[in-house]
Design a protein around this ligand. Sequence first.
Ligand code: PLP
Length: 395
Amino acid sequence: MENYQVNQDGFYGDFGGAYIPEILYGCVENLKNNYLKIIQSNNFKKEFEQLLHDYVGRPSPLYYAHRLSEKYGCRIYLKREDLNHTGAHKINNTIGQILLAKRLGKKRIIAETGAGQHGVATATVCALMNMECIVYMGKTDVERQHINVQKMQMLGATVYPVTSGNMTLKDATNEAIRDWCCHPSDTHYIIGSTVGPHPYPDLVARLQSVISEEIKKQLLEKEGRDYPDYLIACVGGGSNAAGTIYHYLDNENVKIVLAEAGGKGVDSGLSAATIQLGKIGIIHGARTLVMQNEDGQIEEPYSISAGLDYPGIGPIHANLSAVGRAQVLAINDNEALDSAFELTRTEGIIPALESAHALGALRKIKFNPDDIVVLTISGRGDKDMDTYINYYHQK
Ligand SMILES: Cc1ncc(COP(=O)(O)O)c(C=O)c1O
């Protein structure tokens, strides 16, 4: 059987590893040597589980979407990460990483953010734990997700708008890594997705795996079996998807569908469909698929969704696609927007634009009536209201 998990050297097949500057070697080694010991300790697990329950509001519901199911001719369940405190799955990871940072003796927290959900989730746990918080965010994203910027500031974080490149997630991550290089000993970098050097992809996947742990229990209660026929999630860097599929990777009865951002079309030159367009390269410390030109220069990605607007992809997903374990679909901006309105009007749930890409996958799959589908709604749409309202008025 294929092994879909990270190996001893930090690789998923051909993807992963830790390609880092010398200055970060010590802190990445320290993290690598301690993360499993800490997150598997009883003391960590107790505090993590309690906060997920009492503070985040977990378990998040697994909701049977009647009208959506009728429409697509199958049985669709929505995993409601949108109902978490701070409005997305990102908080699962930031709670875990702040507890880890405390145990590593770190005093200062930095983070990158695209849609602002990870930034808000990081600022939230820093307020909770009384830690200094600095968030790097591309200037384009600061403008299109301004409510989240205001929330981070209210929570006490310093938000630095980044003006390099096309001023989105890649550029924010570059800047966060630069900061980390200047403060390697006292700073913990809370990476927001299954990206970055080993052990981050594995660490983030493990912290998010509470999603599939819950799905197993909830499906067993509702359907009398603990696995679905399909799991569907959107992929930016890949953390909500990694959490959704974690406990199902070895169950070949479960088809995995990953929805990436097609932008204005995969062949339009304005896309963030990294798995389809990318070639092997190194980005932000990992060997993975990267959108790049013939000279290896990173291509600027484009997506209407700030959280999916990234030219790399978590190594776990690059591998799942390469070995054929996951099917990857590119969902264009207009398909995601239509799907967001469809969910709103059929189920009364306004999803985040990122999650709307996962919903867009429904129209590209031929289901059987008894297929059980679990689709993760990674976040709520409050931050995207300007985009939705503009689209609505244009139609
Ligand atoms: C609501 C939501 N979903 C999905 C994503 C994409 O990230 P990931 O692929 O790590 O889940 C983001 C990123 O900001 C987000 O805010």
